[in-house]
Design a protein around this ligand. Structure first.
Ligand code: TXA
Ligand code: MG
Length: 354
């Protein structure tokens, strides 16, 4: 199969992509978070093609993307009151709601669960595509299963060229981390995955919202205990080919530790990459001069910059063939909670310095 790249700035391109999906094809498209891989949400055969293209385990359900609140009732059986409040406040946007599922939703979409995940993306191309398809679009992130999510059409092609029908190219996505997933079928609601909508913003509307315990331990402990509610939390995720080592603690200590480790690995003849921040970049001057590849995620005071660059930098270090990536941890506040969740899940080792 040849994957066609469609320039999303041409209106006919979006119509062409919608036609491919209506006929049972699978097309990658931009959202405000990351690129998704879409199929007609009511076409079980097409949705199965998504699982095959990604190599995704069949027990990990997909998100149904809608063009507006009116499409929700096609897939969800009633709406808890909290769902209406959250939709009114945060849609379109990076918030996915887990709702009671209607029987019409194919089993393969929901991985057989009695619930279904729904989100309305804040991206004109995604909204035009869903409207063009005329029904909800099932879409996971458009990466091979286990790899970092794609934030550009090139990232999508790196993983899926030849495995999908088309990609709608609209340049880099804005947020760079996936949506926040909230289960509103339980009371109080439960955050299953931190993401592009910060927990602080959710708490303004739902002060009682809880974080699933697996969010804080990177899924490791809870996964062993079989306690993960969001099936996706059980798997190795976002992982580069390189070994990623996450280093947490006060920024100056983190940078010193990363520097020492980088130079040690370099001496053993390994290619090393570092994910640094504005505030620590200067600490790596000597390491960079000696061949360590140092990339800047952005400012610790602008965690939106860190979120937006994270997956793309990890992928670009992988392309440069590094054996090890040393990543600086950031504060778990605002978008930092999602950034740290992704880094923890991608990490082979987490080091805390004091
Ligand atoms: O920002 C995003 O959410 C992107 C864009 C493309 O919309 N999509 C995305 O999809 O990240 P995916 O498949 O990579 O992640 C969906 C997450 C998984 O952790 C999955 O287990 C969870 O949502 N999920 C889906 N349906 C669920 C359900 N019924 N109950 C609990 N968790 C569910
Ligand atoms: Mg994903």
């Amino acid at each position: 199969m040849t994957t066609i790249v469609l320039d999303a700035s041409r209106p006919e391109a979006v119509e062409q992509a919608a036609g491919i999906i209506r006929r049972g094809g699978i097309v990658a498209f931009p959202t405000e978070t990351v690129y998704g891989l879409g199929a007609d949400g009511f076409n079980a055969v097409a949705v199965e093609r998504i699982f095959a293209a990604k190599g995704r385990p069949a027990d990990n359900p997909l998100i149904l993307h809608v063009a507006g609140e009116e499409m929700v009732d096609l897939v969800a059986r009633g709406r808890p009151a909290t769902a209406d409040v959250l939709m009114a406040r945060f849609w379109p946007g990076p918030l996915t709601l887990v709702l009671p599922r209607r029987e019409e939703v194919p089993d393969v979409v929901a991985a057989g669960l009695p619930t279904v995940a729904v989100r309305c993306p804040a991206h004109p191309v995604a909204l035009a595509l869903i409207a063009g398809v005329g029904r909800p679009v099932a879409a996971p992130s458009a990466n091979r299963s286990g790899r970092p999510s794609p934030t550009t059409a090139e990232d999508v092609m790196e993983d899926l060229a030849g495995r999908i029908d088309a990609v709608l190219d609209d340049g880099p996505t804005g947020l760079g981390v996936e949506s926040t997933v909230v289960d509103v079928t339980v009371s109080p609601p439960l955050v299953l995955r931190p993401g592009g909508l910060p927990l602080e913003a959710l708490r303004e509307v739902l002060p009682g919202v809880r974080l699933h315990p697996a969010v804080l331990d990177g899924g490791k402990g809870a996964a062993e205990a079989g306690a993960a509610r969001s099936p996706g939390m059980r798997y190795v995720h976002y992982a580069p080919r390189a070994d990623l080592i996450l280093i947490e603690g006060p920024p100056d200590r983190v940078a010193r530790e990363a520097c020492l480790r980088a130079l040690g690995l370099l001496e053993r003849g390994l290619r090393v990459g570092v994910l640094a921040t504005d505030e620590t970049l200067e600490c790596y001057r000597e390491a960079a001069a000696r061949g360590v590849i140092v990339r800047n995620m952005g400012s610790r005071r602008r965690l939106d910059q860190v979120a937006a660059s994270l997956f793309h930098l990890v992928r670009s270090l992988d392309r440069q063939g590094v054996a090890v990536i040393l990543a600086e941890g950031v504060e778990r506040e605002g978008l930092g909670l999602a950034v740290m969740d992704r880094l923890t899940r991608a990490a082979r080792e987490v080091l805390v310095v004091r």
